[in-house]
Design a protein around this ligand. Structure first.
Ligand SMILES: Cc1cc2nc3c(=O)[nH]c(=O)nc-3n(C[C@H](O)[C@H](O)[C@H](O)COP(=O)(O)OP(=O)(O)OC[C@H]3O[C@@H](n4cnc5c(N)ncnc54)[C@H](O)[C@@H]3O)c2cc1C
Length: 220
């Protein structure tokens, strides 16, 4: 499984967003596996006995699946259900499909992924009912706004095989949103999305955004 932060390890994304960290004087310490915290000395200590000092410590626990999956016995050690990453059928069960955060697919754990998964799942499930072979249609498509502060945001769009690339979205060449670049319009898009969430998505209305990622408008 890959949280959205997996996209940040991709070459173009880390190059562009890494510069943002430098501008904000944020130091990144990677490959650091916390073994313990010494709260008196105010240091994080790794398994290699490296130390990183802190003044305010905010830690995020390991990202795991839900308790209900754990209790059901169908999940792995992290409570994710082993899932075919293209058909979304559970690997160990013939009559279970898995969508969203419950899967162990190497896609982001994100609302957009759950949404795109549903779009490709429904026609496949109808095929399943009719006894037809499943089509390997889910491509890991994910997109998300990243607020960068000061009234601006980034937008990234990627899938299993294609890292976030620069370009314009959703209309190729027109946008209005810029991919892998900071802009005010991206921030306004994020604000508009709040309205879309409540009035379009939650009401089950169709959102005209293709479930499969498109290279149109992207600069490879
Ligand atoms: C703080 C936070 C911020 C996020 N921000 C973003 C973002 O900006 N953009 C983005 O794309 N994604 C974001 N995400 C991720 C996104 O919310 C999830 O990927 C998405 O909600 C997954 O959808 P899902 O339907 O798989 O699971 P969920 O939305 O978690 O739905 C699972 C449901 O199952 C219910 N449930 C659990 N146990 C039981 C049970 N025993 N019986 C019945 N029901 C049960 C839960 O109450 C829940 O309603 C964020 C997540 C978090 C936690």
């Amino acid at each position: 499984m890959t949280p959205l932060s997996g996209a940040f390890t991709k070459p173009r994304t880390s190059q562009i967003l890494g510069g943002q960290l430098e501008e904000r004087n944020i130091q990144l310490v990677s490959d650091f596996y916390v073994e313990r915290v010494d709260s008196e000395k105010r240091v994080l200590i790794s398994y290699e006995e490296e130390e990183v000092p802190y003044d305010l410590l905010v830690t995020v626990p390991i990202h795991m699946g839900s308790e209900v999956i754990k209790r059901s016995g169908i999940g792995d050690d992290l409570n994710y259900v082993p899932t075919d990453k293209h058909t979304l059928k559970a690997k160990d069960f013939d009559n279970i499909f898995v969508l969203g955060d419950a899967t162990d697919t190497p896609a982001s754990k994100a609302g957009s992924v759950a949404h795109f998964m549903v779009d490709v799942f429904v026609p496949n499930f109808l095929r399943y009912i009719e006894g037809l072979d499943l089509l390997p249609t889910f491509d890991g498509h994910s997109n998300c706004y990243i607020e960068s502060g000061f009234g601006k945001a980034f937008l990234i769009d990627f899938n299993y095989d294609t890292e976030p690339l620069p370009g314009m979205y959703p209309l190729p060449g027109v946008g209005p949103f810029s991919l892998l670049a900071e802009s005010r319009i991206n921030h306004w898009g994020k604000l508009l999305f709040r309205w879309i969430y409540w009035h379009v998505l939650l009401k089950g209305k169709h959102l005209p955004v293709p479930a499969r990622m498109s290279m149109a408008g992207k600069w490879a």
